[in-house]
Design a protein. Structure first.
Length: 287
């Protein structure tokens, strides 16, 4: 991919919603169930807070590590599915274990979660002020490096390379990615809110803890599917699916310098204009 080339296009939100809601849908169903159970158990155990603060910190770090690595396994399997490649349980877990350290360091959500966790233990008030002041910059950073782990498990890039690649591919698309994630989470929050209210009415702490853990696990996997779909469209969109979707309504619009709204890839439009200009210059010289 050249400096100015953006091979991908973002599709309509309806497409992502339909694909993402099928969180159970992997070619390897055993792998899907296994990852779901691992994340569910990790989230359920995290509900029970030990009296020792230091032990609580250690257990939280262990839980977050397990959840992020299990999510990386699912991410790997789903990328392979979308590319039409087979990936068994041993292979997907092997890729994750081999790149475990790179995945954790490259995962911007993991880093932000750890910092937030330690901040809460030190001072909740200070952490709240920091989030209020740095909320927007942190959001921009998150969107900029949201595809780091995808590059690690898909293309085997190093940590620094994954940061550079994610920053490059999200250039000009952060707003579209943000609104896609925002609307997706808003739609998802409606049924989950009713589910949580029903579990609270039961007045059973164990039931509430399980329902909360189950909902958190489902949301986690759905978010990973959404990130994978966005990554595949931006990284491989025109390379693997050129002509697959001819309707412009499948893509996010963008404005050009003249203020007109167009659809698809800005980089390729620039390259196309460049090629046309070069062709015209060549014809003029022949004359």
């Amino acid at each position: 991919m050249t400096q100015n080339e953006k091979p991908g296009k973002l599709k309509n939100l309806n497409y992502y919603l339909i694909k993402t809601l099928k969180f159970y849908d992997l070619k390897n169903e055993s792998l899907s169930r296994l990852v779901f159970i691992i994340i569910l158990i990790a989230n359920f155990i995290g509900i029970f807070v030990p009296e020792n603060v230091y032990l609580d910190i250690i257990l939280n770090l262990a839980r977050m590590t397990v959840v992020h690595l299990a999510s990386a396994v699912y991410l790997t399997a789903y990328i392979k599915d979308l590319k039409g490649e087979a990936c068994g349980i041993h292979e997907c877990f092997g890729i994750t274990v081999k790149n475990a350290l790179k995945i954790l360091v490259a995962s911007i959500s993991y880093i932000i979660t750890i910092i937030a966790t330690f901040g809460m233990y030190l001072s909740f008030e200070i952490m709240a002020v920091v989030i209020f002041i740095l909320g927007i910059p942190l959001l921009v950073i998150y969107l900029m490096f949201i595809f780091n782990v995808c590059y690690v498990v898909d293309q085997g890039k190093g940590v620094a390379e994954s940061y550079r690649a994610s920053r490059k591919i999200t250039f000009g698309y952060k707003k579209a990615i943000f609104f896609t994630i925002l609307i997706f989470n808003f739609i998802l929050a409606i049924p989950l809110s009713f589910l949580m209210i029903i579990s609270m009415i039961t007045s059973n702490d164990l039931v509430y803890a399980f329902v909360f853990s189950f909902a958190t696990t489902v949301v986690n996997i759905m978010q990973n599917r959404l990130i994978t779909l966005l990554y595949m469209d931006l990284e491989y969109g025109n390379k693997e699916a050129a002509g697959q979707y001819g309707d412009k309504d499948y893509y996010w619009p963008y404005g050009n310098k003249e203020g007109n709204w167009q659809y698809g890839n800005r980089g390729r439009e620039v390259d196309g204009n460049k090629d046309n200009n070069e062709q015209n210059d060549s014809e003029d010289s022949d004359r």
